[in-house]
Design a protein around this ligand. Structure first.
Ligand SMILES: CC(=O)N[C@H]1[C@@H](OP(=O)(O)O)O[C@H](CO)[C@@H](O)[C@@H]1O
Ligand SMILES: [Mg+2]
Length: 495
């Protein structure tokens, strides 16, 4: 790095002093926190994105300002690689280091060392970073911070896509985008509620996270909607869950990510059966949060089910090991991955089939799905389109789909503690290694319930410890979650 570059970084970083005692980690899906504390972080992630673009030149990197399902006063930032997938995990330690560097001098020293180690040539290459944001009020200012970060690396430009265009839309960006897409859709009637334009607050009593975790109707839905097929997006529209109002004001039947995964798996398997294609390795990936009944159902279909840690980046990696890999988190993040080799094989195979035959149609359906679904990382809109297509193909109502299996009652709660990092789990996140003794105590509680299952882990996106519990009745699941939450408080103290 030459002197001009160093001077430029020192000058721009002076604009974004790091708040005292800020300690951030890249977490499950980028940095998140109270929006008022994040300008320095976003500026620094802008620099990182430029360096990533130069390292992989010629390439474009995506930088998204969002805190997804978090409350509206939070914000965050995540980075996409040129594939559209999440930033390579190999760069996360560098992201952590620069986000926490306590002065401009320390920041520049870290960047300098990294640029040398990674042999990134600054100056001669052209770097490009595309910026976007969700609808949070803090987004605009943070986007400017990102822009300054990106362009403080010589030869790099930021392209602002945040105003390119403007379903329970969570009062977020998904509602706005669906309005646009609606105009292009034939044969699918969509009514969008919670668009954010009627004064509703982002993610507040609306959206996929709320519906999936609380299992009650979001604002704007009620008795007049009983039985209708409804879908909720989250704040940045990368998750979806379906539901229908069952009876009464608030009660819903939830079709979560596990049920979407099951629908997709069944559909893909049906096509493979037509092809009698034993050589295609079809697998599904879930996390510990998957409902036990969904895992039993998928295994019952004869599918290979593997487990990954929480976070799309981990599920994606495992799904990519299959010819066709389907992954979903229970909360509605997910997609289907087709290996390039398998898609070429299908396209070649189709050439030898007679048009209109069952085999020809099955191949065509699989190829069409590989194009429709967002294989880079999954998103709520392409997920919705595929669910709608598959339901129509099956001739199913949302109720019929719901009957695929019956969820085991479950409950999730969050516990605020002074230091959530005091909880350390095993690799699968299902057992707590620390604080010492807590797992034995949790096991003691689990044993009291029929089909009881529970685990705790520190959230990677919020300052809480999450508790998940499952049991044969809702009362038992609630009571198990409650006792485990009490254990967390007594071992870690409450804040
Ligand atoms: C239990 C749960 O829903 N966890 C969510 C949540 O992560 P945590 O690390 O649990 O806070 O946010 C992630 C990003 O949106 C999402 O991938 C993940 O599934
Ligand atoms: Mg999201």
């Amino acid at each position: 790095m030459d002197e001009t570059q160093i001077a430029s970084l020192l000058k721009s970083s002076d604009l974004f002093p790091i708040p005292q005692s800020l300690k951030l980690s890249y977490g499950t899906a980028g940095f998140r926190g109270d929006a008022t504390l994040l300008a320095s972080t976003v500026y620094r992630v802008g620099i990182l994105s430029s360096l990533r673009s130069l390292k992989l030149a010629p390439s474009t990197i995506g930088l998204m300002i969002t805190a997804s399902q978090n409350k509206v006063s939070d914000n965050g930032v995540k980075v996409s690689d040129p594939s559209g997938g999440m930033l390579s995990q190999e760069w996360e330690p560098f992201a952590d280091q620069i986000a926490n560097a306590s002065s401009p001098q320390k920041l520049v020293a870290l960047i300098r060392e990294f640029v040398e180690r990674e042999e990134i040539s600054i100056g001669d290459g052209k770097g490009e970073v595309w910026l976007a944001r969700d609808t949070r009020p803090s987004g605009e200012a943070l986007l400017r911070a990102a822009e300054i970060g990106v362009s403080s690396v010589s030869g790099c430009v930021a392209v602002d896509y945040s105003s390119a265009a403007l379903d329970d839309g969570a009062n977020g960006v998904g509602g706005e985008k669906m309005e646009v897409l609606k105009g292009y859709l034939r044969n699918l009637d969509i009514e969008i509620r919670n668009t954010g334009r009627d004064g509703g607050v982002l993610n507040e009593i609306v959206g996929a996270d709320f519906v999936q975790k609380e299992k009650v109707v979001p604002l704007g839905f009620g008795v007049n909607d009983v039985g209708l097929r409804c879908v909720s997006f989250d704040g940045d529209a990368d998750r979806l869950v379906y539901f229908y109002v069952s009876s009464g004001e608030k009660k819903i039947e939830l079709l979560d990510g596990d049920k979407i995964l099951s629908l997709f798996a069944l559909f893909v398997k049906e096509q493979l059966n037509v092809l009698d294609d034993g050589c295609c390795r079809l697998g599904v990936v879930q996390t510990a949060y998957a409902n036990g009944a969904s895992t039993d159902y998928l295994k019952g279909l004869g599918l290979e089910v593997v487990f990954a840690k929480t976070g799309v980046k981990r599920l994606h990696k495992k799904a990519a090991e299959f010819d066709v890999g389907i992954y979903f988190e229970a909360n509605g993040h997910g997609t289907i991955l087709f290996s390039e080799d398998y898609v070429s094989l299908l396209v070649d195979k189709r050439k030898g089939l007679s048009e209109g035959s069952d085999e020809y149609n099955a191949v065509s359906r699989l190829v069409a799905v590989s194009k429709l679904i967002n294989q880079a990382v999954g998103d709520a809109i392409s997920g919705l389109l595929l669910v709608e297509v598959v339901l129509r193909h099956m001739g199913w109502s949302v109720q019929k789909w719901h009957e695929l299996y019956k969820d085991l009652p479950s409950r999730q709660v969050k516990v605020e503690v002074p230091d959530r990092t005091a909880v350390v789990t095993t690799r699968e996140e299902t057992e707590a290694l620390r604080p010492l003794g807590i797992q034995d105590a949790i096991n003691g509680e689990i044993r009291k319930y029929k089909r009881g299952r529970a685990f705790i882990r520190p959230s990677g996106t919020e300052d809480v410890v999450r508790v998940y519990a499952e049991a044969s009745t809702q009362e038992d699941a609630d009571s198990l979650a409650d006792s485990v939450a009490q254990l967390v408080k007594s071992f870690l103290g409450s804040s």
